[in-house]
Design a protein around this ligand. Structure first.
Ligand SMILES: NC(=O)c1ccc[n+]([C@@H]2O[C@H](COP(=O)([O-])OP(=O)(O)OC[C@H]3O[C@@H](n4cnc5c(N)ncnc54)[C@H](OP(=O)(O)O)[C@@H]3O)[C@@H](O)[C@H]2O)c1
Length: 123
């Protein structure tokens, strides 16, 4: 067992790992010897990633569907992780736009700040 796995093992949880940086974090944790649980709304992508990591890195994996802006989904995730010895959480899920502020409408900026938890009041 490497020192990284000793320090952060035996499971890493990567929230927001169907693509992008989350996928890269998940793959790197596995490369360093951790078992990996990946969470995303598009669970088919997360499953495909989990299967690929398991076959290439030889670690255990788990894929879970959750919208991390949903209180109910959070409760399910906590229950689904209860049997794992989690030493590392990488909270990568987020919505953010890239570009000049004025290129995006107000609803897009509100989504970035509030996600879907709070709906904009109707005018
Ligand atoms: N890429 C950059 O250059 C950069 C620079 C600075 C900071 N960041 C930050 O780094 C993080 C990742 O960036 P990225 O470029 O890899 O973004 P990305 O490609 O959009 O990936 C975001 C991941 O988060 C998941 N996600 C988003 N909202 C979610 C929710 N409500 N519940 C569950 N999963 C959710 C997405 O999966 P699903 O859609 O399947 O749920 C996806 O797997 C973000 O926080 C971003 O703001 C990125």
């Amino acid at each position: 067992m490497t020192s990284f796995a000793k320090r952060y093992g035996s499971w890493a949880v990567v929230a927001g790992a169907s693509e992008g940086l989350g996928e890269a974090f998940a793959r790197d944790c596995a490369r360093r010897g951790l078992n990996v649980a990946v969470i995303a709304r598009r669970v088919e992508l997360a499953r495909r990633l989990a299967d690929d990591i398991a076959s290439t890195a030889g670690v255990q994996t788990r894929a879970m569907r959750a919208d991390l802006a949903s209180r109910d989904d959070l409760d399910h995730i906590v229950a689904d992780l209860a049997d794992l010895d989690v030493g590392l959480l990488i909270y990568n899920a987020a919505f953010s736009v890239v570009g000049p502020f004025w290129n995006f409408d107000v609803d897009t900026h509100l989504k970035e700040i509030l996600n879907d938890v709070v709906k904009r009041p109707q005018q």
